[in-house]
Design a protein around this ligand. Structure first.
Ligand code: GLY
Length: 371
């Protein structure tokens, strides 16, 4: 069942491993990949009680000394103040670290982004092994070396590109996610299908029900199906990152659904909408603009909307203010000189970047999802 995807980046290349039980192999992986004798695990207050002890046991069994730094779970922690606290603990207490120390970010996107950032700046750069425990983090943020934190002026405005030495995605850790969190990640999988791989769309359609199976408190997805889904998505992400590591070109395709999506997140407040929900609305509105420009067949846009609905992701949203959404888009860090850029589908599995998006197009698209 184990899947391994190679992220080919020359001397910064690494493998993403996807399988059940990998949390218990963190120790042997650190030893094999780095030879390190000291690890600092960075995790949040939700994930620590679930997995931190298993991680430290695995490290101890491999002869690696470790300690765990924990921060309060949630996006509001993803800021410079938390990084500063983590650095104080990393540098100012416990066993002194050195340039051979390895960081293990353990958790969802926030732990991965912040742990990777701490690794990127401490002692001018430490090696790190990503251990994502949310679907969103496995298929997106753990691969590609984007690390960083939010700023009052916007999301992810402070950070560095810093590639991990490897990624261990233990699919069993996804079973403790809420079904909403799982769906959050499935939205990102639909995004990958639309930008690169029509067969992935078929796969998600076929397995939508299996993937969302719940048994009591735990998710009961089929392990083989989940491993295959993750591998297909990571392969797409790896291929995009290999072609354009620092987002000077095609890596921006990964922003499909994110331009209007981010603006909706800002407009309704991050606490009121999940990232995957906002991206779902962002994809539907981008498709609306593409259809209006006659770049994209209406039937395919409908197919994507139907799939999002079958994943219980929203395709309509009440009380959005199109003028404010446009204003937020114009101030987004990805706007160039105030000109809004959007990634639009030009066929199933193909997208392009457009710099000439107008306020009227965005207004019509936002109105089309009013519901
Ligand atoms: N999540 C978008 C990227 O990694 O470029």
């Amino acid at each position: 069942m184990e899947q391994k995807i190679h992220v080919a980046l020359g001397e910064r290349s690494y493998d993403v491993r996807i399988a059940p039980g990998l949390i218990d192999q963190i120790g042997s992986s650190v030893a094999e990949l780095t030879g390190a004798k000291q690890v600092v695990v960075i995790t949040d207050s939700n994930v620590a009680p679930l997995y931190a002890a298993r991680v430290t046991e695995s490290l101890a069994a491999a002869g690696v000394v470790s300690r765990v730094l924990e921060f309060p779970a949630g996006e509001p922690s993803k800021n410079f103040a938390t990084v500063s606290d983590l650095l104080d603990e990393l540098l100012g207490s416990g066993e002194p670290i050195d340039r051979g120390t390895v960081i293990v970010p353990l958790g969802g996107g926030v732990a991965g982004d912040m742990g990777g950032f701490v690794a990127g700046v401490a002692l001018r750069g430490l090696r790190f092994l990503q251990c994502p425990t949310s679907l969103l983090a496995v298929v997106d943020s753990s691969v590609g070396g984007k690390t960083g934190v939010d700023h009052a002026a916007g999301k992810n405005l402070i950070g560095v590109f810093h590639q991990p030495v490897g990624v261990l995605s233990d699919i069993e850790s996804l079973r403790t996610l809420s079904i909403e969190e799982l769906r959050n990640g499935l939205g990102e999988c639909v995004k990958h299908a639309v930008i690169r791989d029509a067969t992935l769309l078929d796969f998600i359609e076929t397995n939508a029900e299996t993937l969302q199976r719940v048994d009591g408190e735990k998710l009961a997805f089929d392990s083989d199906v989940m491993c295959e889904l993750l591998a297909k998505n990571v392969a797409i992400k790896a291929q995009v990152v290999r072609t354009d590591e620092r987002e000077s070109g095609v890596r921006a395709h990964l922003n499909y659904g994110h331009t209007i999506g981010h603006a909706i997140e800002t407009f309704v407040g991050y606490a009121n909408i999940r990232h995957g929900e906002a991206v779902s609305l962002g994809m539907v509105t981008a498709n609306h603009i593409a259809v209006a420009r006659e770049l994209f067949a209406p039937a395919v846009a409908d197919r994507i909307a139907n799939l999002l609905q079958s994943l219980n992701l929203p395709t309509t949203c009440g009380s959005l203010d199109a003028v404010k959404i446009w204003d937020i888009m114009k101030h987004d860090k990805k706007a160039r000189g105030g000109q809004v850029r959007m990634v639009l589908p030009t066929g199933l599995g193909e997208v392009d970047i457009y710099d000439d998006i107008t306020e009227q197009e965005v207004g019509e698209a936002v109105e089309s999802i009013d519901g």
